[in-house]
Design a binder for this molecule. Structure first.
Ligand SMILES: [Zn+2]
Ligand SMILES: [Zn+2]
Ligand SMILES: [Zn+2]
Length: 495
């Protein structure tokens, strides 16, 4: 850590400290008591102020501690600022100015400034409490708990975690963040509160209005909280581990039919599903000839498929699957992700806004597209176009060249799609994304747990490692997270 990072980390740790104190208050306090409302309001406001300072100084990865300091430091060097910091003498800019600064950053463009208004409300409460007295209305008292939870999940989380986007929700959801930095037990207490549900549905609504997501009814918890783009419920956190989402033939919604993908082959490639948009039951049949999924509104297709008559279930003539398009779907995730990660290291692709998540976003997009259309080329190109259109990256290399490398890697790495082949690829991706340094850490964890190389793990050892994933650090967790979402890992499936 250099001096600037050290100062930034001090702010982060302090914000986390106050976040912990605030959450303890939310869990244990009786908010019909005025003292509790006052006390928690002050802690919450301190958490917000520190998180705001962290977000501005972090500056999307271009760390600049000067951004939160007063004019006085304009011409100071980092060393001089660090000296002042050690003497506890740094003068930080006013909350008012910092708050206005964040208003102009698109990443933090909150819903109709609802969040900014909420910040202003708490700023006022804190100032009044400290300098005079604050008169809480009965409405403010009865809504106190919901407001506190709102601030934690809708303001503090995006500030400490670079804003909300559909990908950030997938990469590290607010719930994961609280689990990691405050603890799973405390998160479970918060989750059981009605106010938590309200706030989560509000988050889903905000993202929907920003046009980032489409929402369907979650078939597991029955709330309108299923985010189609990431295949996950924001409320009960169920995700499409076994189920892949297809287009609904009835209501024509994309990525809307959810179904059990495991064991389809024992059922003549047929299974049933349900549309999360129109709630209709569907038959889902994978074509034996071309590998495409076909969805039907009725049971007849399902019954016919069970009888196992036709090679092809496609309406039109379809082509037999080429070797390249016979890959297990996980390959469509991991291979493009490795290639793009290498491109980033070689500066063939520039990452905009310091988005750390590029390989995973591409992997996920291309895997989903591959499942739907069974075409690796289309899948990879679609994924790359998405990254460019979202302005996550700019390319200094031709798309075709990236595709060429994907083909080459498939040629080199794919033999039969065995477990060891896949773990080897995931390991390679891990090192490419997290670098050797983090890799060492990964091996330490691995060594500690099973004293073996990842590639050589038996199913039982792998199971232990997988079960331990909640106790690993974030980077390592994310590595396992990929597995979790893509179900490469279910130990029971390892052959
Ligand atoms: Zn749910
Ligand atoms: Zn539908
Ligand atoms: Zn077909």
């Amino acid at each position: 850590m250099n001096k600037e990072e050290e100062m930034l980390d001090a702010i982060f740790q302090n914000a986390i400290r106050f976040l912990n104190i605030s959450i303890d208050e939310i869990i244990h306090s009786d908010f019909s008591e005025m003292n509790s409302v006052v006390k928690t309001s002050v802690f919450i406001q301190m958490t917000v102020e520190l998180s705001l300072k962290y977000a501005i100084a972090y500056n999307m990865g271009n760390i600049s501690i000067k951004k939160i300091l007063t004019e006085k430091y304009k011409n100071h060097t980092v060393d001089e600022i660090y000296e002042e910091y050690l003497k506890n003498a740094l003068k930080v800019d006013s909350f008012e100015r910092l708050k206005n600064h964040i208003k102009n950053i698109p990443l933090f463009k909150f819903n109709k400034n609802e969040e900014i208004e909420k910040m202003e409300q708490f700023q006022k409460i804190r100032n009044r409490l400290l300098h005079f007295s604050y008169h809480f209305t009965s409405h403010e008292i009865s809504n106190a708990k919901e407001n506190f939870i709102y601030i934690v999940f809708k303001i503090v989380f995006p500030l400490l975690y670079e804003g909300y986007s559909v990908e950030s929700l997938d990469y590290l959801a607010p719930s994961d963040f609280i689990k990691v930095y405050v603890g799973t037990k405390k998160f479970e207490k918060i989750r059981s509160m009605d106010e938590y549900k309200k706030v989560m549905l509000n988050i889903a609504d905000t993202l929907k209005h920003k046009g980032e997501i489409t929402i369907g009814r979650c078939i597991y918890c029955n709330e309108t909280s299923w985010i189609k783009e990431i295949g996950k419920c924001i409320l009960c956190e169920y995700d499409d581990r076994d189920d892949v989402l297809l287009r609904c033939p009835a209501c024509r919604e994309n990525k809307s039919v959810i179904y059990e993908s495991i064991n389809m082959e024992y059922n003549n490639n047929a299974t049933t599903g349900i549309c999360i948009s129109c709630n209709r039951k569907m038959s889902v049949i994978k074509c034996k000839k071309c590998g495409r999924y076909n969805v039907y509104e009725d049971d007849i297709a399902f019954l016919c498929a069970i009888e196992g008559l036709d090679e092809s279930v496609c309406d039109m003539d379809c082509d037999p699957i080429s070797k390249k398009n016979k890959l297990p779907s996980q390959y469509a995730f991991v291979i493009p992700a490795i290639v793009i990660s290498d491109c980033i290291h070689n500066n063939e692709i520039s990452v905009l806004n310091k988005n750390k998540n590029i390989p995973k976003i591409l992997g996920k997009k291309s895997e989903h597209s591959y499942i739907l259309n069974n075409d690796v080329d289309d899948a990879v190109l679609e994924g790359i176009s998405y990254l460019v259109n979202q302005e996550y990256v700019s390319l200094n290399i031709k798309k075709e060249e990236i595709l060429e490398r994907v083909h080459r890697l498939i040629e080199e790495e794919y033999t039969n799609g065995s477990f060891s082949e896949m773990t080897g690829l995931y390991e390679r991706l891990f090192f490419s994304v997290h670098s050797e340094e983090t890799g060492k850490k990964f091996y330490e964890v691995l060594d500690h747990l099973v004293q073996r190389q990842f590639k050589e793990l038996t199913q039982e050892e792998y199971e232990i490692l997988y079960e331990c994933r909640d106790n690993l650090d974030i980077d390592t967790k994310i590595f396992f997270g990929m597995y979790k979402h893509h179900e490469l890992v279910r130990p029971s499936e390892i052959k």
